[in-house]
Design a protein around this ligand. Structure first.
Ligand SMILES: Nc1nc(=O)c2c([nH]1)NC[C@@H]1CN(c3ccc(C(=O)N[C@@H](CCC(=O)O)C(=O)O)cc3)C=[N+]21
Length: 350
């Protein structure tokens, strides 16, 4: 498998990152797969440890929580630099309609994340029976508010609302979710640049970059074709010169197609759907799914699992994102990054 390893030698940033992660790995022209061991052996033992490698190996865990923290630190430094230089503090407005518990949790996490980097957050919570017109009024107010650089309408919206109308109303210069059709259109076109890229797919690609995993020329399979993850993820991978297939609910042979992938991005919302048998040895797996499943042993009564069967995948893949602690924290970090980018652009600050 060494010759088909999709890893490149890491940049210095990556090397730093890898050193701080749980598993020591040898990075270089050969494969990154290494021995089964959840706990890292001391580095001085690594050689003999690796030399005895014969059978079972386990994927490297891609630590989204750690990378997200690094990115938040970088953003915090930029936010204070901008504040000192031009006196502007980036502002993010979040509109939440209805009382879905998961949405409320996400919005709370976004607010906390804003605070942690010095971004101002404005939040409006509207009852489920709010009219579309009222939501449009809020958007229009934030569109015109110079202290707001990003506007996020938490999805899903209540069913009586036309999501398309609402998303189209966000000024493209403040569309930090990257959901405006003009931003998506530019993402799809060669030679064009969107103002913003959707946060979750952007976070997936950022993880690959920061772990030194090359995308160019690789076979990528995206499982799921949603507007917010699957579709933009496929577009982004294609922009990165991958050869991309999209597997969806009407695909007749999803397992066979997925098994050809060097890189898998799973975003379907089906717990443990992708089994070990779907995965080519040494593939890299980015698991976007965040699915609650019953777990009586947990204090919450449930636990979160991905779209990929982690226990099986970790034995086959070369690297994998965990759930939680993988893509989720990256989504929020990319939202903060988009908000900072927006504030810089609006104020012509480099
Ligand atoms: N307009 C809009 N933009 C969004 O970006 C958007 C949205 N609507 N609607 C809902 C989804 C979902 N989403 C998540 C963000 C972070 C975590 C996250 O940080 N999860 C953590 C913690 C999970 C936990 O323990 O609860 C983790 O995976 O480690 C999860 C999910 C953003 N979304």
């Amino acid at each position: 498998m060494a010759s088909s390893s999709i890893f490149n030698p890491p940049s210095s940033t990556t090397a730093l990152l890898l050193r701080r992660t749980r598993h020591p790995i040898h990075v270089g022209p050969t494969s990154l797969r290494f021995l089964t061991s959840q706990s890292a052996p001391p580095s001085s033992h690594l050689v003999s440890f690796a030399a005895s490698a014969t059978e079972a190996s386990v994927a490297k865990v891609i630590d989204g929580k750690l990378v997200a923290k690094q990115i938040r630190d970088e953003i915090a430094a930029e936010v204070s630099r901008m504040k000192e230089a031009v006196g502007v503090i980036p502002g993010l407005a979040v509109i939440l309609v209805g009382d879905r518990k998961d949405s409320a949790t996400y919005v709370r996490n976004k607010k906390k994340a804003c605070e942690s980097v010095g971004i101002n957050s404005l939040e409006v919570n509207l009852p489920a029976d709010t009219t579309e017109e009222q939501v449009l009024n809020y958007i229009s107010g934030y569109n015109d508010d110079p202290s707001v650089h990003g506007i996020l309408v938490q999805l899903p919206l209540p069913s009586h609302m036309n999501e398309q109308n609402v998303l189209n109303a966000v000024r493209i210069e403040k569309d930090v979710d990257g959901f405006h059709p003009l931003n998506i259109g530019r993402l799809a076109m060669r030679g064009r640049e969107p103002l913003f890229v959707p946060c979750t797919p952007k976070g997936c690609i950022e993880l690959l970059h920061r772990y030194g995993i090359s995308i160019k020329g690789k076979r990528a399979v995206v499982i799921g074709r949603s507007n917010i993850v699957g579709m933009p993820a496929a577009l982004l991978l294609q922009r990165e010169d991958a050869t991309v297939s999209v597997v969806h609910s009407r695909t007749s042979n999803p397992e066979e197609i997925t098994r050809q992938a060097d890189i898998i991005i799973a975003a379907v919302g089906q717990p443990n759907m992708v089994r070990g048998s779907w995965i080519k040895p040494d593939a890299v797996i980015i698991d976007v799914g965040i699915n609650p499943v019953d777990d009586p042993s947990s204090s919450r009564g449930y636990k979160l699992v991905g779209d990929v069967c982690y226990e099986e995948a970790i034995k086959v893949a070369s690297a994998i994102t965990p759930v939680p602690g993988g893509v989720g924290p990256m989504t929020i970090a990319m939202l903060l990054q988009n908000t900072l980018t927006s504030a810089k652009r609006i104020n012509s600050f480099q």
